[in-house]
Each structure stands twice: as structure tokens, then as C-alpha cells.
Design a protein around this ligand. Structure first.
Ligand SMILES: NC(=O)c1ccc[n+]([C@@H]2O[C@H](COP(=O)([O-])OP(=O)(O)OC[C@H]3O[C@@H](n4cnc5c(N)ncnc54)[C@H](OP(=O)(O)O)[C@@H]3O)[C@@H](O)[C@H]2O)c1
Length: 244
């Protein structure tokens, strides 16, 4: 996620890792400095962006809490109150991006005004920073797990949907790259169409579906295969497993 964010911003980075060398690889790509410790990063920047796994919160906070001037966290299933207790007295911002930030078509959910003593200028700066990476949507913190289940993991769902269609088209004679291009461009175009229709999914679906026609037959096959139940199970698995 750190790499996707950094590529989206497209600027030199000050970063650290747990020893894999991925921070140095990012610096090779974007410029900046891979620093020897989290503390060295926290000391040099106005905003630390936490991109480690949720289980690392305490260990990283033990290193940099008190030095970090402000913290934005992309940690899944880690509420603002938990972040705040790890970073007492430091402004913390809970952001939930998806990997499409890399191409500045991301979605970033965040909970506004969750600071005990909010700094509106700092919050506006953080929102503007993430706004360079796509659409920032403010939501109630109680909705964050459900939001993550659709937008945070969403690129994986969309990629799987694309892959399944590509494989099926290949069985009917399309070359894989051609099929993938057709499917991916159709996904992008459909997303734009949905936005133009006020996100009315039924309207877009009805426009394509002539009574008794081929789209109706294809959709009926998807319904018989249980596509809605499959997505319900997937989203339940993410929401109910949040925090594990
Ligand atoms: N992947 C997504 O699509 C996505 C979407 C939204 C939010 N998130 C959140 O983003 C976070 C990272 O997920 P990911 O998929 O990017 O995981 P990841 O590929 O495992 O990357 C985690 C990175 O954190 C570094 N790290 C771990 N412990 C550290 C420490 N103590 N000090 C400094 N760096 C440390 C790791 O360093 P090494 O390279 O040295 O191991 C690694 O580069 C998670 O909290 C996740 O919930 C992910």
C-alpha cells in the first residue's frame, strides 16, 4: 500500500521498512531517502503515514510516538480511538485507501473531525494530500469496516471478475490480451457511466438489457450461479473478520 500511495503522489519519499529493502527499492524508483529507522523518518517529516500491518501498531508507536508530529494511518480495522491511544497527544487521521491510488483513481475513506482537539488546517491538508490520489469520501467511523469490504479490497474483486470473464472469452476463441483489454475498458467505462447516472446500478443494467435478449440471458445465468450470495459471503467475511 505504501508503494501505491508513493507512486500516486509521484514525489521523492522519506521511508523505512522492517528490513526487506522495499524502502530502498521505492527510493530507487521515486527518489528521496530510505532511512535506517522509523524514528529517523518521524524526526524529518510533518506527517508520518503508517503503512505497516495492524499488528505492528504498538511496536511502531513505541519507536515514534512523541516524535511524530502528526500521523495518518491506512491500517485496516484499526479505529481512530486505538490509533489515538497509541499516539497520545498527536493528531491522528484514519484513512482507508485502495491500490488504485497508484494511478490516481483511488477511493480513500476517512472519518472527519475525530480529533479530540481538531486542527482544521491540518485536517484540510491531509485530506487534500490524499485527494491527489482519487476520490476522498468522508464516512462515519462505524461504517469503515463495511466500506473497506467494498472499496479497500475492491480492486481484488474487480480483478477476479475480469479474470473470470477473460478465461470464459478465451474458451470462445478470444486472445487473452484482447479479452483483458475489452473487459478492463468495459469496467472503466461502466464506472464512468454509473457516475453519470448518479450511481444508479439498476438504470445502467436496464439500459443494456433488452427483454428476452442476450444480456437478459447472461444476467439470468449469473443469478442462477449465485453471484449475489457470493458477494454477500465475501463482504460478510471481510466485515465479520475485521480486527482479527
Ligand atoms: N493492500 C491493500 O490493498 C490495502 C488497502 C488498504 C489498507 N491496507 C493496509 O495497509 C497496511 C499494509 O498492507 P500491505 O498489503 O501493504 O502489507 P505489506 O505488503 O506486508 O507491507 C507492509 C510494509 O510495512 C513494513 N513494516 C512492517 N513492520 C514495520 C516496522 N516495524 N517498521 C517499519 N516498516 C514496517 C514492511 O516492511 P518489509 O518490507 O521490510 O517487510 C512492509 O514494507 C495494512 O495495515 C493494511 O490493512 C492495505
Amino acid at each position: 500500500m505504501a508503494r501505491a500511495l508513493a507512486r500516486g503522489w509521484g514525489e521523492p519519499v522519506l521511508c523505512s521498512d522492517a528490513g526487506s529493502g522495499r524502502a530502498a527499492a521505492l527510493v530507487d524508483e521515486l527518489g528521496g531517502e530510505a532511512l535506517p529507522s522509523n524514528l529517523a523518518v518521524a524526526d524529518r517529516v510533518d506527517l508520518v503515514i503508517l503503512c505497516h500491518k495492524p499488528a505492528g501498531l504498538e511496536a511502531v508507536a513505541n519507536e515514534i510516538s512523541g516524535t511524530a508530529k502528526a500521523v495518518a494511518s491506512v491500517l485496516g480495522a484499526t479505529p481512530t480511538a486505538v490509533l489515538q491511544s497509541a499516539y497520545p497527544g498527536t493528531p491522528v487521521f484514519r484513512m482507508m485507501p485502495n491500490t488504485a491510488v497508484e494511478v490516481r483513481r483511488g477511493v480513500v475513506c476517512y472519518t472527519p473531525g475525530s480529533q479530540p482537539d481538531p486542527d482544521p488546517t491540518l485536517e484540510a491538508d491531509v485530506v487534500a494530500l490524499f485527494g491527489r490520489l482519487g476520490r476522498v469520501v468522508s464516512i462515519d467511523e462505524r461504517q469503515m469496516d463495511a466500506a473497506t469490504a467494498v472499496m479497500g479490497v475492491g480492486p481484488a474483486y474487480q480483478a477476479l471478475l475480469a479474470e473470470a470473464q477473460v478465461d470464459a472469452a478465451v474458451r470462445h476463441g478470444l486472445a487473452p490480451m484482447l479479452a483483458a483489454e475489452l473487459v478492463a475498458e468495459t469496467m472503466g467505462g461502466t464506472a464512468a457511466l454509473l457516475a453519470a447516472r448518479g450511481y444508479d446500478t439498476l438504470a445502467v443494467r436496464r439500459e443494456v438489457t433488452s427483454p428476452g435478449g442476450s444480456t437478459a440471458r447472461g444476467l439470468a445465468a449469473l443469478e442462477r450461479a449465485g453471484i449475489r450470495a457470493a458477494f454477500q459471503d465475501a463482504i460478510d467475511a471481510v466485515v465479520l473478520g475485521a480486527g482479527r
